[in-house]
Design a protein around this ligand. Sequence first.
Ligand code: NCD
Length: 427
Amino acid sequence: MHAQPDQQTLLRNAMRTLNLTRDGFCQRIGVTRRALDGWLLPSESSEARTMPEVVGRYVAEILAGMPAQAARAAGKAPMISNEGKPQLLSTDQLDLDVVAELFRIADLLEPVARRRKVTRVLEGAVLGNLFFEASTRTRMSFGTAFRRLGGSAVDTTGFTFSSMSKGESIYDTSRVVSGYVDALVVRHPEQGSVAEFARATNLPVVNAGDGPGEHPSQALLDLYTIQREFSRLGKSIDGMHIAFVGDLKYGRTVHSLSKLLALHKGIKFSFVAPKSLEMPAHLLERLSVNGHVIEQTDNIAKGVKGCDVLYATRIQKERFSGEAIEGYTPDFQINAALADAALKPDSLIMHPLPRDSRADANDLSTDLNRDPRLAIFRQTDNGIPVRMAIFAMLLGVADQIPHDLRDATWRTPWPVGVDDAVFEDFE
Ligand code: NCD
């Protein structure tokens, strides 16, 4: 059976392909913002409205005329590639076409993430989830994403329980597991180590964090979150102001996301950190393109003033070998007082998590938990469709998804999943 994408997926895909905010899209197709908002709500919501068929046909016609759609129809869809292999090691490999294609696939998979649909496009495939460093959400969300596509996953955690503790090399480990599984997700404390894993295999490999190096899937889910939130808020990424706060020296999520954002135009980057945790100079140089403005400061109130996105990070204590962590005083804490004094009503507060909730950590405060500007759990939710999309692209099953969606059979609580922005009842 050839299932049509649902109306929310069609509309999101259209706004992304046309690079329009909700307001811009309303103008383009001649409907009111109120109507569009109703069509975009999940069908379970009591406020949801069905889009008239004629609008759906009109949107589909506009899309059929777009170059990206035409390229896909000709079998030339953008692809993630590392030395000719389907491997995602760094955001350096990505351009805006690949990102748009990934997010189109993520939109298609959102009903699966929301537990409304099931798919079996990866039935029989096995993921090797190799984590040699601490992780909760990255390991679980990669494993969940692969399983929700119909595959299964095997995990190793830490060095202690792997043969690396017996002196086995990365090359041997990679070669051995290549005989067992169909894709690898690897996290390792040394920069460059995941690339070494990738060289020793032809399998799809995703870098889930190589020491202070990169974390490309986190950057993609962060960008997906920013795009979705900006679409709702009527903002565009070109020309935005983002302030990164915290451990910018070792924070791999900051390294990957800033490079991904730099593919856009005219962004103001504020890097807020004490001297000892500043952004590496070679990365700052990389960002000096496309009319971006870069500011560095250790004054948090000044650095985050009026920003569209405040991206907070944890001090990566595990990466400090005896160096003192200097200058990370309580002023660096992101809390309600700072948000009220320095942010706008439509600013977003993001964090890759985990946040260090111990009193002396000066990390993102829990006093913001009821503030709707806090997008941290929308970020983690978005990790599932985005990681599913990465697998679907790397393993070549994206085109099968629209034909392979069935209704989920179990009862799912509402609200839950990627559109869950409800904070009112949370303590
Ligand atoms: C981050 C990481 O591991 O780099 N966590 C994550 O994957 N979401 C950030 C961190 O550990 O501070």
